[in-house]
Every structure is written in structure tokens, then in C-alpha cells.
Design a protein around this ligand. Structure first.
Ligand code: ADE
Ligand code: ZN
Length: 349
């Protein structure tokens, strides 16, 4: 076990900024900034129902998940060509590099695009080219996770998976996102079984707004390797025990939860309680352009609101690296870099 020594409290924000970390829960369509939405709308001749960047940004006041999703899908309507997908992902990677992200696993929603007539090739080839350039130009290891929209049918998810298989080597896993309540994980049991057969990693959003029962079925029916969000687990003691025992990673997104009114204030967020209960918690941004916070802002604001310490910073960064789907040799190197980074902050005895 790596021992985290005392760190001057005023240096904690700097440590949070520079420590190497992985981001495991980022919807790449949720990184589309209003400025880029307008630029792409102009480039592609798409009409937007907002007069200006400011008008669009001021519409970002959400009351729940659905109120956000309505705008998120509208924003994605400007994405048409391979280069659009590339530009969106490249803008994210530049922010991620500034936040010392060494590994990023990007969710993407093909159905949001193919249902508008955009070819799957444009989506996957644009995003995967950006992932390759992230490695060579920014030293960020990046992979794609294809998400099924859970408000659509399992049949549509199957069609999407089959269509994407021409690019089987361009994505490492599948996930489940969009409107949670009323669309339990078991609706997608067969398509997840098929994904597992294909050797894909499997993750799912569960327990963001939905009940703990959805987390149980993500585990038992979908057999996921990570739970996205999972904050509602706190209401089920047996589930908390299981998550801790199995060290099942949870990709928690505190600023998202705040902006979508899952918690009233950041100080009310249960991330600290879940860490204290021994769960494998990671910290992530979800949809940074819509919530106004990229990864480091999530760390900084959450640590300030919950009075978290350097030991917890180490745990969150280490969890993010260990819970990633990167090759073991890479994880080993990043863990070494993480420890070295912390050593540079320890106070002299
Ligand atoms: N798609 C993008 N962001 C999401 C979230 N927070 N929950 C469910 N689906 C999403
Ligand atoms: Zn999400």
C-alpha cells in the first residue's frame, strides 16, 4: 500500500490539477461547446433555434436528466461529417491534456446520428482518428465505448451493434445511456449478452435517477464491469455491501448530479460517504460542455465542497487508472507516475 504523507492544505488544489488521472465517464457529444455548435451549424448549413452562443448557453438550466437530454440531442444535430466528429473529440482531448488526463474512455451515441441519416462511418472514423491523434500528439491513451440509447428498443440496439461491427477494432466496449427511469437494464439483456460474446467490455448507466434495483440488474443481468453513476446505491445497504466487496467501479459525476438536481447542493453529494464505505469510486465529468466543468473542475469543486483530503485524492486517481480498460503495462506506468507526483508534494519531516 502506498502511504500518502502530509501535504500542505494550500497545495491540495495544485496536486488535484497535476496528478495523472483517467476519465472513464465522458459522453463525447456532451463535450460539444456552444461555440463549436454554432461554428458547425454555420459550416453545415444547419439552422439552430437560438440567436447566439449566449442565448444557447443561457438555456442550460436543467431540472432533471430529461430536461438536459432534450438539449443535448438538439446540440448534436449539427454533427454531420467525419471532420465534425473529429473536431468535437479533438477539442475535448485538448482540455483533457490540460487536466493531466492520461487515459480517456469516450462514450458515443451512434443512434443519435444514424437516426438522422448520418453514416456510421462518419461517426466512428472521425472519433477514432481523434483518438489516434490524442495518443501521438498529446500522449493521451484513448478508446471508444459505443452506447445504446435506452429509450429506444433492444431491436434498434441490436441493429446498431451489427452496423458498428464493420469497425469492430475501433471500439472496446458497449454502454447504456439516455432516459433511465422506465427503461431498466433487463430491457437490453440479449444485446449485452451478444456484446460480451464478441469480447467487448460492458458498462451501463444505473442508479443516476433510477432505483437501486437497476444497479442490481446491471450487475446480474447485463454483467457489467463498471456502473456509471450508481449514486442511488446509498439507499440499499445490501447493495452497498456487495459493491464494496466486489470492488465494482462506480464512475461518479458530481457536477452532473448537481446540475441535473440529483443532489440539492454539492455539499449534499454522497461521494465522500461512498468512499468511506470502501466502494471503488472514480470521479468524472459526464457532459462537461453542458455542466460547465471539465474533469479538474469536478475534482476541485468536489474536494472543496466535501472537504476531501490528499489520501482521498490518491484513491480517486488510483481507482480511475485501475478501473480503466487500458493494457496492464500502461496502468502500471501511470500508477508509478501517480506515486511520483504525490511524492513531490509531501511535506519534509
Ligand atoms: N447521455 C449523456 N449524458 C447522460 C447522462 N448523464 N445520463 C444518461 N444519459 C446520458
Ligand atoms: Zn453519463
Amino acid at each position: 500500500m502506498f502511504k500518502v504523507h502530509a501535504i500542505a492544505p494550500q497545495r491540495l488544489p495544485e496536486l488535484l490539477r497535476v496528478m495523472p488521472k483517467a476519465e472513464l465517464h465522458i459522453h463525447i457529444e456532451g463535450s460539444l461547446e456552444p461555440e463549436l455548435i454554432f461554428a458547425l451549424a454555420q459550416r453545415n448549413g444547419v439552422r439552430l433555434p437560438y440567436a447566439s452562443v449566449e442565448a444557447l448557453r443561457s438555456a442550460y438550466a436543467f431540472t432533471n436528466l430529461q430536461s438536459f437530454l432534450d438539449l443535448y440531442y438538439a446540440g448534436a444535430s449539427v454533427l454531420l461529417h467525419e471532420q465534425d466528429f473529429y473536431d468535437m473529440a479533438w477539442a475535448y482531448f485538448q482540455k483533457a491534456a490540460a487536466d493531466h488526463v492520461v487515459r480517456a474512455e469516450l462514450f458515443f451515441d451512434p443512434q443519435t446520428h444514424t437516426d438522422r441519416g448520418v453514416p456510421m462511418a462518419h461517426v466512428i472514423e472521425g472519433l477514432s482518428r481523434a483518438c489516434r491523434d490524442a495518443q501521438t500528439q498529446l500522449n493521451i491513451s484513448a478508446d471508444l465505448i459505443l452506447c445504446f440509447l435506452r429509450h429506444l428498443s433492444e431491436e434498434a440496439a441490436f441493429e446498431t451493434l451489427e452496423a458498428a461491427l464493420s469497425w469492430r477494432d475501433r471500439f472496446i466496449g458497449v454502454g447504456l445511456d439516455s432516459s433511465e427511469v422506465g427503461h431498466p437494464p433487463e430491457k437490453f439483456a440479449r444485446v449485452f449478452a451478444r456484446a460480451r460474446e464478441l469480447g467487448l467490455h460492458v458498462v451501463a448507466h444505473a442508479g443516476e435517477e433510477g432505483p437501486p434495483a437497476y444497479i442490481w440488474s446491471a450487475l446480474d443481468v447485463l454483467k457489467v464491469e463498471r456502473i456509471d453513476h450508481g449514486v442511488q446505491a446509498i439507499h440499499d445497504a445490501a447493495l452497498m455491501k456487495r459493491l464494496a466487496e466486489e470492488q465494482m467501479p462506480l464512475t461518479v459525476c458530481p457536477l452532473s448530479n448537481l446540475k441535473l438536481c440529483v443532489f440539492k447542493t454539492l455539499a449534499d453529494h454522497n461521494l465522500g460517504q461512498m468512499l468511506d464505505a470502501g466502494l471503488c469510486i472514480t470521479l468524472n465529468s459526464d457532459d462537461p460542455a453542458y455542466f460547465g466543468c471539465y474533469l479538474n473542475d469536478n475534482y476541485l469543486q468536489t474536494f472543496a465542497a466535501l472537504h476531501l483530503n490528499a489520501q482521498q485524492a490518491y484513491k480517486l486517481a488510483a481507482n480511475s487508472i485501475e478501473a480503466s480498460f487500458a493494457p496492464e503495462a500502461d496502468k502500471h506506468r501511470w500508477m508509478h507516475d501517480l506515486k511520483q507526483c504525490f511524492q513531490g508534494f509531501f511535506e519534509q519531516d
